[in-house]
Write a protein that binds this ligand. Structure first.
Ligand SMILES: [Fe+2]
Length: 478
């Protein structure tokens, strides 16, 4: 969702290949100096490793084996799945580690070259990511494969004895060396690009990556064993569990896309009815998500807040149009009716199991910090954190975007207003978080939307227009 779809987001299931993040397309070289440094460092280190393992050129290379594992890895790479957050879930960890564990290959030579050549994907060839992005991903794999091979060389004496516990530990150490190196390199480049602290991105990345990749570590070891004892052909049978894993990744991605698409459609329907310019709820959602991330909340909470940001005003469906679209100030009675929209919203969301966690956030999104808000007059920390974030995001968005009836007042004056009412309407620490966020990323940070660009008129505009130019009468209507 919103913010979460940026490169920072490791919110979804992922394979090992976290380095496969989306790169801006048109760029020749990373514009960001830190990112350029990281990219150059990783490419140079990877090249040095490749030269080092290839010189002197190893004797007795089993070429067929080398080609076989490269082919299997290429096959796995072609099956990678795009996940909603711009992440790519890949199943190449298993075959690369199989090559690391295969004693008939000359390692680290073979594993490093398989890491480089076996992970080439269609999107690399189609130049869907810039050349340096492709190179970064490949060389990150070379370095990870090298780390895994070294880990195996260091612990091999244990593996030689037929000791189940020792063997399991060795497998885990080797797998961990591969995964942590790979994830670390992905995190470093994202951190360089976004200027977010490494530790924070690491914390977000490692949990998901470990879950997805650990299974692949064991499959990799099994593939090597079966290749050794039964024959290389039999390792292809392992494509079945890998394909199953891929299938579940895909189903997950589809379900998520469907869910978020539906929520987004709903929120746009409210924007239309409300007379707001298009994308109000979408921007509120992204601003709220960014604040939540700035405050270091968990990815799960961030996602909830983003969804609640999308749907915070859904209860306006229950408010009569004359009130909702009234161009003049509302009288006290009308205000009273308008103030029911958070309650309507909560009632609408409650029956849906996946939307139920948003109910308190939506219900309290007009509670003021000093207790003067509605519907319950809650105060301070008694207001759900998500609601306190949404009210700030909502106010900031309203002040900084153009409306039919007035121009935006701009970032500086909007922040001035937020600061003036902190402690009264807004939670001071949330206003501070928004301030820091925009200081770091610039006021344009929320301009980019993933909503499809459609020529859009609000329901109010449409009604006005149709009142002037009535619809052509149905010929059969008499
Ligand atoms: Fe509202």
């Amino acid at each position: 969702m919103g913010e979460g779809r940026e490169a920072l987001a490791f919110t979804t299931l992922s394979g090992s290949d976290l380095s496969a993040l989306p790169y801006p397309r048109a760029m020749r070289l990373p514009a960001n100096r830190n990112e350029l440094r990281v990219v150059l460092a990783v490419i140079s280190a990877g090249t040095l490793i490749l030269v080092r393992v290839s010189l002197p050129f190893p004797q007795d290379i089993d070429v067929v084996r080398l080609i076989f594992w490269t082919g299997v890895t290429l096959g796995a790479a072609s099956l990678s799945v795009r996940l909603p957050a711009g992440l790519v879930a890949s199943i190449t960890t298993a075959p690369i580690l199989a090559a690391v564990f295969d004693p008939l290959l000359v390692n680290p030579f073979a594993a490093c070259w398989i890491g480089l050549l076996g992970t080439i994907e269609l999107r690399d060839l189609r130049r869907e990511i810039p050349w340096y992005g492709s190179l970064y991903n490949k060389f990150a794999n070379v370095i990870a494969a090298f780390a895994a091979s070294l880990a195996l060389l260091a612990t091999r004496p244990v593996l030689a004895q037929d000791d189940p516990i020792g063997t399991t530990i060795v497998i885990l150490i080797v797998g961990l060396a591969f995964i942590t190196t790979n994830v670390f390199l992905a995190v470093v480049v994202v951190s360089a690009r976004t200027a977010a602290p490494i530790t924070r991105i690491w914390a977000m990345a490692i949990r998901d990556a470990l879950f997805g990749a650990t299974a692949q570590v064991f499959i990799g070891w099994l593939m090597a064993q079966v290749g050794l004892r039964v024959g290389l052909w039999a390792t292809l049978l392992f494509m079945v569990p890998l394909l199953l894993a891929r299938y579940s990744f895909m189903k997950y991605a589809e379900t998520r896309a469907l869910f978020f698409g539906t929520v987004s459609a709903l929120s746009q329907a409210i924007d239309a009815k409300d007379g707001f310019t298009r994308g109000h709820a979408d921007r509120v959602s992204r601003i709220a998500g960014a604040i939540a991330r700035e405050m270091g909340l968990s990815e799960r909470n961030i996602e909830e807040i983003e969804l609640a940001g999308m749907l915070h005003d859904i209860g306006k469906i229950g408010v009569e149009d004359q009130i909702l679209m009234k161009p003049a100030r509302l009288d006290p009675h009308e205000q009273e009716l308008m103030r029911r929209h958070p309650i309507y919203g909560a009632t609408i969301l409650k029956p849906s199991e996946s939307l139920r966690p948003l109910v308190p956030l939506v219900l309290h999104h007009h509670e003021n910090y000093d207790g003067s808000g509605y519907p319950d007059g809650r105060k301070g920390e008694d207001i759900p954190l998500g609601s306190r974030i949404i009210i700030v995001a909502d106010a900031y968005e309203a002040m900084t975007s153009d409306r039919i009836y007035r121009k935006a007042i701009g970032h500086d004056r909007a922040m001035e207003q937020l600061n003036r009412y902190k402690g009264i309407q807004f939670d001071p620490k949330i206003v501070r978080a928004l301030g820091t966020l925009i200081e770091n990323r610039g006021p344009q940070a929320f301009e980019v939307s993933e909503l499809p660009q459609i020529n859009y008129e609000t329901l109010a505009e449409l009604r006005k227009r149709l009142a002037r130019e009535p619809l052509a009468r149905d010929a059969h209507a008499g």
